[in-house]
Design a protein around this ligand. Sequence first.
Ligand SMILES: *Cc1c(COP(=O)(O)O)cnc(C)c1O
Length: 379
Amino acid sequence: MEDKHMLMIPGPTPVPEKVLISLGKHPIGHRSGDFSKIIAEINQNLKWLHQTKNEVLSLNVSGTGAMEAGMINFLSPGDRVLVGVNGKFSDRWAQICEVFGMETERITADWGKPLDTEEFRTKLEADSNKEIKAVVITHSETSSGVLSDLETISKYVKAHGEALIIVDAVTSLGAYNLPVDDWGLDVVASGSQKGYMIPPGMGFLSVSDKAWKAYETSKFPRFYMDLGKYKKANAKDSTPFTPPVNLMFALQTALQMMQREGLENIFARHLRLTKATRAAAKAMGLELLAPDDAASTAATAIRTDNAEAIRSILRQKYDIAIAGGQDHLKGKIIRIGHLGFISDRDVMMTIACLEAALTELGHDFAPKSGVTAASKVLV
Ligand SMILES: *Cc1c(COP(=O)(O)O)cnc(C)c1O
Protein backbone atom coordinates (compact mmCIF):
# COMPACT_ATOMS: atom_id res chain seq x y z
CA MET A 1 0.00 0.00 0.00
CA GLU A 2 1.22 3.46 -0.84
CA ASP A 3 2.99 5.35 2.00
CA LYS A 4 2.62 2.42 4.41
CA HIS A 5 6.27 1.36 4.34
CA MET A 6 7.62 0.17 7.70
CA LEU A 7 11.38 0.09 8.16
CA MET A 8 12.61 -2.68 10.43
CA ILE A 9 16.18 -2.69 9.19
CA PRO A 10 19.26 -1.56 11.12
CA GLY A 11 19.60 1.64 9.11
CA PRO A 12 18.22 3.76 7.67
CA THR A 13 15.79 3.72 10.57
CA PRO A 14 12.30 5.31 10.81
CA VAL A 15 12.07 9.06 11.32
CA PRO A 16 9.52 10.59 13.75
CA GLU A 17 6.96 12.99 12.28
CA LYS A 18 8.27 15.91 14.38
CA VAL A 19 11.70 15.32 12.87
CA LEU A 20 10.32 15.09 9.32
CA ILE A 21 8.61 18.44 9.82
CA SER A 22 11.91 20.01 10.97
CA LEU A 23 13.57 18.55 7.90
CA GLY A 24 11.00 20.20 5.64
CA LYS A 25 11.65 23.75 6.88
CA HIS A 26 13.16 26.39 4.63
CA PRO A 27 16.95 26.38 5.05
CA ILE A 28 18.65 29.35 6.73
CA GLY A 29 22.14 30.76 6.26
CA HIS A 30 24.72 28.57 7.94
CA ARG A 31 26.75 31.61 9.04
CA SER A 32 23.77 33.32 10.67
CA GLY A 33 23.42 33.94 14.39
CA ASP A 34 20.27 31.81 14.44
CA PHE A 35 22.11 28.84 13.01
CA SER A 36 24.98 29.36 15.42
CA LYS A 37 22.54 28.92 18.29
CA ILE A 38 21.33 25.64 16.78
CA ILE A 39 24.91 24.37 16.46
CA ALA A 40 25.58 25.27 20.09
CA GLU A 41 22.51 23.36 21.26
CA ILE A 42 23.32 20.34 19.07
CA ASN A 43 26.92 20.20 20.31
CA GLN A 44 25.77 20.31 23.92
CA ASN A 45 23.25 17.53 23.35
CA LEU A 46 25.72 15.39 21.39
CA LYS A 47 27.99 15.46 24.45
CA TRP A 48 25.03 14.38 26.57
CA LEU A 49 24.29 11.48 24.20
CA HIS A 50 27.94 10.37 24.23
CA GLN A 51 28.21 10.85 28.04
CA THR A 52 31.40 12.82 27.47
CA LYS A 53 33.16 16.11 28.05
CA ASN A 54 35.09 15.50 24.80
CA GLU A 55 34.48 17.49 21.68
CA VAL A 56 31.89 15.82 19.40
CA LEU A 57 32.33 16.76 15.74
CA SER A 58 29.63 16.62 13.05
CA LEU A 59 30.60 15.84 9.45
CA ASN A 60 28.62 15.57 6.21
CA VAL A 61 29.55 11.93 5.69
CA SER A 62 28.04 8.50 6.29
CA GLY A 63 29.28 6.31 9.13
CA THR A 64 32.12 4.98 7.00
CA GLY A 65 33.35 8.52 6.37
CA ALA A 66 33.32 9.19 10.10
CA MET A 67 35.38 6.05 10.74
CA GLU A 68 37.86 6.93 8.00
CA ALA A 69 38.27 10.45 9.40
CA GLY A 70 38.60 8.93 12.87
CA MET A 71 41.59 6.90 11.73
CA ILE A 72 43.48 9.14 9.29
CA ASN A 73 43.54 12.12 11.67
CA PHE A 74 45.24 10.33 14.54
CA LEU A 75 47.50 7.74 12.89
CA SER A 76 50.32 7.69 10.33
CA PRO A 77 51.49 5.47 7.44
CA GLY A 78 53.19 2.33 8.73
CA ASP A 79 51.54 2.47 12.17
CA ARG A 80 50.74 -0.90 13.68
CA VAL A 81 47.01 -1.24 14.36
CA LEU A 82 44.91 -4.09 15.75
CA VAL A 83 41.47 -4.38 14.21
CA GLY A 84 38.80 -6.61 15.72
CA VAL A 85 37.01 -8.30 12.82
CA ASN A 86 33.82 -10.33 13.32
CA GLY A 87 31.65 -9.20 10.43
CA LYS A 88 31.19 -6.99 7.40
CA PHE A 89 31.66 -3.57 8.96
CA SER A 90 34.62 -4.42 11.17
CA ASP A 91 36.39 -5.90 8.15
CA ARG A 92 35.84 -2.59 6.35
CA TRP A 93 37.89 -0.77 9.00
CA ALA A 94 40.76 -3.22 8.44
CA GLN A 95 40.50 -2.53 4.70
CA ILE A 96 40.70 1.22 5.28
CA CYS A 97 43.82 0.78 7.42
CA GLU A 98 45.38 -1.31 4.64
CA VAL A 99 44.48 1.19 1.92
CA PHE A 100 46.23 3.89 3.94
CA GLY A 101 49.35 1.78 4.37
CA MET A 102 49.10 0.92 8.04
CA GLU A 103 50.51 -2.32 9.39
CA THR A 104 47.14 -3.94 9.94
CA GLU A 105 46.54 -6.97 12.11
CA ARG A 106 43.07 -8.53 12.17
CA ILE A 107 41.93 -10.19 15.38
CA THR A 108 39.07 -12.26 14.08
CA ALA A 109 36.02 -14.02 15.46
CA ASP A 110 33.40 -15.92 13.46
CA TRP A 111 30.40 -13.91 12.26
CA GLY A 112 27.90 -14.30 15.10
CA LYS A 113 30.56 -14.42 17.84
CA PRO A 114 31.83 -11.49 19.94
CA LEU A 115 35.51 -10.53 19.83
CA ASP A 116 37.70 -12.44 22.28
CA THR A 117 38.89 -9.83 24.80
CA GLU A 118 41.80 -12.07 25.91
CA GLU A 119 43.36 -11.96 22.44
CA PHE A 120 43.56 -8.18 22.72
CA ARG A 121 45.03 -8.39 26.23
CA THR A 122 47.72 -10.84 25.08
CA LYS A 123 48.73 -8.77 22.03
CA LEU A 124 48.79 -5.51 23.97
CA GLU A 125 50.76 -6.94 26.89
CA ALA A 126 53.33 -8.48 24.52
CA ASP A 127 53.94 -5.11 22.86
CA SER A 128 56.60 -3.79 25.25
CA ASN A 129 58.04 -1.48 22.57
CA LYS A 130 54.65 0.24 22.30
CA GLU A 131 54.43 -0.22 18.55
CA ILE A 132 50.66 -0.66 18.54
CA LYS A 133 49.22 2.79 17.86
CA ALA A 134 45.53 1.95 17.77
CA VAL A 135 42.96 -0.73 18.49
CA VAL A 136 39.87 -0.51 16.29
CA ILE A 137 36.70 -2.10 17.64
CA THR A 138 33.20 -2.39 16.23
CA HIS A 139 31.01 -2.32 19.33
CA SER A 140 27.84 -3.57 17.67
CA GLU A 141 28.59 -5.59 14.50
CA THR A 142 25.35 -5.06 12.63
CA SER A 143 26.01 -7.70 9.96
CA SER A 144 25.66 -10.47 12.54
CA GLY A 145 23.82 -8.74 15.41
CA VAL A 146 26.71 -9.13 17.84
CA LEU A 147 27.79 -6.84 20.67
CA SER A 148 31.41 -7.14 21.82
CA ASP A 149 32.75 -6.34 25.28
CA LEU A 150 34.12 -2.90 24.51
CA GLU A 151 34.51 -1.90 28.16
CA THR A 152 36.97 -4.75 28.84
CA ILE A 153 38.96 -4.24 25.65
CA SER A 154 39.22 -0.53 26.43
CA LYS A 155 40.69 -1.37 29.86
CA TYR A 156 43.47 -3.37 28.17
CA VAL A 157 44.13 -0.51 25.77
CA LYS A 158 44.40 1.92 28.72
CA ALA A 159 46.84 -0.46 30.44
CA HIS A 160 48.98 -0.45 27.27
CA GLY A 161 49.17 3.32 27.53
CA GLU A 162 50.26 4.23 24.01
CA ALA A 163 47.50 2.92 21.73
CA LEU A 164 44.30 4.81 21.02
CA ILE A 165 40.98 3.00 21.10
CA ILE A 166 38.93 3.84 18.02
CA VAL A 167 35.33 2.66 18.09
CA ASP A 168 32.62 2.06 15.53
CA ALA A 169 29.57 2.84 17.66
CA VAL A 170 27.31 3.31 14.66
CA THR A 171 24.65 0.89 15.93
CA SER A 172 25.37 1.06 19.65
CA LEU A 173 25.27 4.80 20.30
CA GLY A 174 21.68 5.60 21.26
CA ALA A 175 20.85 1.90 21.60
CA TYR A 176 23.14 0.68 24.37
CA ASN A 177 24.88 2.30 27.32
CA LEU A 178 28.11 3.78 25.93
CA PRO A 179 29.71 6.04 28.55
CA VAL A 180 32.56 7.45 26.45
CA ASP A 181 34.40 9.10 29.37
CA ASP A 182 33.91 6.30 31.92
CA TRP A 183 35.20 3.75 29.43
CA GLY A 184 38.03 6.03 28.25
CA LEU A 185 37.19 5.79 24.55
CA ASP A 186 39.42 8.00 22.38
CA VAL A 187 37.57 8.15 19.08
CA VAL A 188 33.92 7.15 18.73
CA ALA A 189 32.19 7.21 15.35
CA SER A 190 28.47 7.11 14.61
CA GLY A 191 26.04 7.92 11.81
CA SER A 192 22.76 9.82 11.56
CA GLN A 193 20.63 7.08 9.99
CA LYS A 194 20.98 4.69 12.92
CA GLY A 195 20.23 5.54 16.56
CA TYR A 196 19.74 9.26 15.88
CA MET A 197 16.27 8.92 14.29
CA ILE A 198 17.18 11.22 11.38
CA PRO A 199 17.85 10.38 7.71
CA PRO A 200 21.29 9.38 6.34
CA GLY A 201 23.88 12.05 5.61
CA MET A 202 25.75 12.93 8.79
CA GLY A 203 28.59 11.30 10.70
CA PHE A 204 29.74 12.08 14.23
CA LEU A 205 33.03 11.69 16.05
CA SER A 206 33.85 12.17 19.70
CA VAL A 207 37.56 12.82 20.19
CA SER A 208 39.54 12.58 23.46
CA ASP A 209 42.42 14.84 24.52
CA LYS A 210 44.78 11.92 24.00
CA ALA A 211 43.61 11.59 20.39
CA TRP A 212 44.04 15.33 19.80
CA LYS A 213 47.63 14.93 20.99
CA ALA A 214 48.15 12.18 18.44
CA TYR A 215 46.60 14.48 15.80
CA GLU A 216 49.57 16.81 16.14
CA THR A 217 51.99 14.16 14.88
CA SER A 218 49.68 12.33 12.45
CA LYS A 219 51.08 12.33 8.91
CA PHE A 220 48.22 11.42 6.58
CA PRO A 221 47.28 14.11 4.05
CA ARG A 222 43.69 15.38 4.37
CA PHE A 223 41.77 18.54 3.71
CA TYR A 224 37.97 18.17 3.86
CA MET A 225 38.42 15.40 6.42
CA ASP A 226 40.89 17.40 8.53
CA LEU A 227 39.27 17.25 11.96
CA GLY A 228 41.34 20.14 13.26
CA LYS A 229 39.20 22.42 11.08
CA TYR A 230 36.02 21.01 12.64
CA LYS A 231 37.37 21.43 16.16
CA LYS A 232 38.31 25.04 15.52
CA ALA A 233 34.89 25.81 14.04
CA ASN A 234 33.10 23.99 16.89
CA ALA A 235 34.71 26.35 19.39
CA LYS A 236 32.91 29.21 17.62
CA ASP A 237 29.57 27.36 17.25
CA SER A 238 30.30 27.15 13.55
CA THR A 239 31.27 24.63 10.86
CA PRO A 240 34.27 24.74 8.47
CA PHE A 241 32.14 24.06 5.35
CA THR A 242 28.46 24.25 4.46
CA PRO A 243 26.71 21.78 6.77
CA PRO A 244 23.51 19.89 5.84
CA VAL A 245 21.37 22.65 7.34
CA ASN A 246 18.06 20.78 7.18
CA LEU A 247 19.51 17.58 8.58
CA MET A 248 20.75 19.68 11.47
CA PHE A 249 17.24 21.07 12.06
CA ALA A 250 16.16 17.43 12.18
CA LEU A 251 19.03 16.52 14.51
CA GLN A 252 18.13 19.34 16.87
CA THR A 253 14.56 18.02 17.14
CA ALA A 254 15.62 14.37 17.44
CA LEU A 255 18.10 15.12 20.24
CA GLN A 256 15.38 17.04 22.11
CA MET A 257 13.10 14.00 21.81
CA MET A 258 15.90 11.76 23.08
CA GLN A 259 16.44 14.04 26.05
CA ARG A 260 12.74 13.91 26.91
CA GLU A 261 12.82 10.11 26.80
CA GLY A 262 16.07 9.97 28.80
CA LEU A 263 19.14 7.79 28.24
CA GLU A 264 18.12 5.11 30.75
CA ASN A 265 14.71 4.72 29.13
CA ILE A 266 16.20 4.62 25.63
CA PHE A 267 18.59 1.82 26.61
CA ALA A 268 15.84 -0.07 28.46
CA ARG A 269 13.55 0.16 25.43
CA HIS A 270 16.21 -1.22 23.09
CA LEU A 271 16.99 -4.05 25.49
CA ARG A 272 13.30 -4.91 25.86
CA LEU A 273 12.75 -4.95 22.09
CA THR A 274 15.83 -7.14 21.65
CA LYS A 275 14.67 -9.61 24.29
CA ALA A 276 11.17 -9.74 22.79
CA THR A 277 12.49 -10.39 19.29
CA ARG A 278 14.86 -13.09 20.50
CA ALA A 279 12.21 -14.78 22.65
CA ALA A 280 9.82 -14.83 19.70
CA ALA A 281 12.41 -16.33 17.35
CA LYS A 282 13.26 -19.08 19.84
CA ALA A 283 9.59 -19.83 20.48
CA MET A 284 9.05 -20.27 16.74
CA GLY A 285 11.88 -22.80 16.66
CA LEU A 286 14.35 -20.53 14.92
CA GLU A 287 18.05 -20.31 15.72
CA LEU A 288 19.67 -17.03 16.67
CA LEU A 289 23.08 -16.18 15.25
CA ALA A 290 24.40 -14.28 18.29
CA PRO A 291 24.44 -15.68 21.83
CA ASP A 292 22.15 -14.12 24.48
CA ASP A 293 25.04 -12.52 26.37
CA ALA A 294 26.45 -10.80 23.26
CA ALA A 295 23.30 -9.68 21.50
CA SER A 296 23.30 -6.35 19.70
CA THR A 297 20.39 -4.16 20.79
CA ALA A 298 20.18 -2.75 17.25
CA ALA A 299 19.44 -5.85 15.20
CA THR A 300 18.63 -9.51 15.73
CA ALA A 301 20.01 -12.01 13.21
CA ILE A 302 17.96 -15.18 12.83
CA ARG A 303 19.06 -18.26 10.88
CA THR A 304 16.70 -19.61 8.23
CA ASP A 305 17.12 -21.19 4.81
CA ASN A 306 14.04 -19.29 3.68
CA ALA A 307 15.49 -15.83 4.31
CA GLU A 308 14.78 -14.28 0.94
CA ALA A 309 11.25 -15.78 0.68
CA ILE A 310 10.41 -14.45 4.16
CA ARG A 311 11.70 -11.00 3.30
CA SER A 312 9.75 -10.98 0.08
CA ILE A 313 6.44 -11.86 1.79
CA LEU A 314 7.00 -9.27 4.53
CA ARG A 315 7.79 -6.61 1.95
CA GLN A 316 5.08 -7.37 -0.57
CA LYS A 317 2.19 -8.44 1.62
CA TYR A 318 2.83 -6.54 4.84
CA ASP A 319 4.88 -3.50 3.74
CA ILE A 320 7.60 -4.35 6.25
CA ALA A 321 11.26 -4.14 5.26
CA ILE A 322 13.63 -6.41 7.17
CA ALA A 323 17.27 -7.01 6.27
CA GLY A 324 18.91 -10.13 4.91
CA GLY A 325 22.41 -11.50 5.31
CA GLN A 326 25.57 -10.11 3.74
CA ASP A 327 28.39 -12.00 2.00
CA HIS A 328 28.42 -15.71 2.99
CA LEU A 329 25.29 -15.24 5.11
CA LYS A 330 23.21 -14.03 2.17
CA GLY A 331 20.03 -16.13 2.04
CA LYS A 332 20.96 -17.77 5.36
CA ILE A 333 19.74 -15.18 7.86
CA ILE A 334 17.17 -12.47 8.29
CA ARG A 335 17.97 -9.43 10.41
CA ILE A 336 15.23 -7.56 12.23
CA GLY A 337 16.24 -4.02 13.09
CA HIS A 338 14.93 -2.56 16.35
CA LEU A 339 17.06 0.56 16.44
CA GLY A 340 16.10 4.18 16.97
CA PHE A 341 12.46 5.20 16.61
CA ILE A 342 11.03 1.72 17.21
CA SER A 343 8.36 0.91 19.76
CA ASP A 344 6.90 -2.25 21.32
CA ARG A 345 4.07 -2.05 18.79
CA ASP A 346 6.47 -2.14 15.85
CA VAL A 347 8.16 -5.27 17.15
CA MET A 348 4.85 -7.02 17.94
CA MET A 349 3.58 -6.23 14.46
CA THR A 350 6.76 -7.49 12.81
CA ILE A 351 6.68 -10.74 14.77
CA ALA A 352 3.02 -11.32 13.97
CA CYS A 353 3.73 -10.79 10.27
CA LEU A 354 6.83 -12.98 10.46
CA GLU A 355 4.65 -15.74 11.92
CA ALA A 356 2.21 -15.35 9.08
CA ALA A 357 5.04 -15.52 6.54
CA LEU A 358 6.49 -18.64 8.16
CA THR A 359 3.05 -20.27 8.15
CA GLU A 360 2.63 -19.43 4.49
CA LEU A 361 6.00 -21.04 3.76
CA GLY A 362 5.00 -24.23 5.60
CA HIS A 363 7.35 -23.77 8.54
CA ASP A 364 6.46 -26.16 11.37
CA PHE A 365 5.87 -24.39 14.68
CA ALA A 366 3.17 -23.90 17.32
CA PRO A 367 0.67 -21.26 16.14
CA LYS A 368 0.97 -17.86 17.87
CA SER A 369 4.12 -18.99 19.72
CA GLY A 370 6.17 -15.99 18.56
CA VAL A 371 3.62 -13.34 19.46
CA THR A 372 2.94 -15.03 22.82
CA ALA A 373 6.64 -15.15 23.72
CA ALA A 374 7.23 -11.54 22.67
CA SER A 375 4.19 -10.21 24.55
CA LYS A 376 5.42 -11.96 27.72
CA VAL A 377 8.63 -9.92 27.48
CA LEU A 378 6.81 -6.71 26.70
CA VAL A 379 4.22 -6.79 29.52
C1 LIG B 1 25.58 1.24 9.16
C2 LIG B 1 26.88 0.94 9.80
C3 LIG B 1 28.03 1.66 9.46
C4 LIG B 1 28.06 2.84 8.54
O1 LIG B 1 27.74 2.58 7.27
P1 LIG B 1 27.51 3.80 6.27
O2 LIG B 1 26.77 3.14 5.16
O3 LIG B 1 28.82 4.30 5.87
O4 LIG B 1 26.70 4.82 7.00
C5 LIG B 1 29.19 1.37 10.14
N1 LIG B 1 29.25 0.42 11.07
C6 LIG B 1 28.17 -0.30 11.42
C7 LIG B 1 28.31 -1.32 12.48
C8 LIG B 1 26.96 -0.05 10.80
O5 LIG B 1 25.87 -0.74 11.16
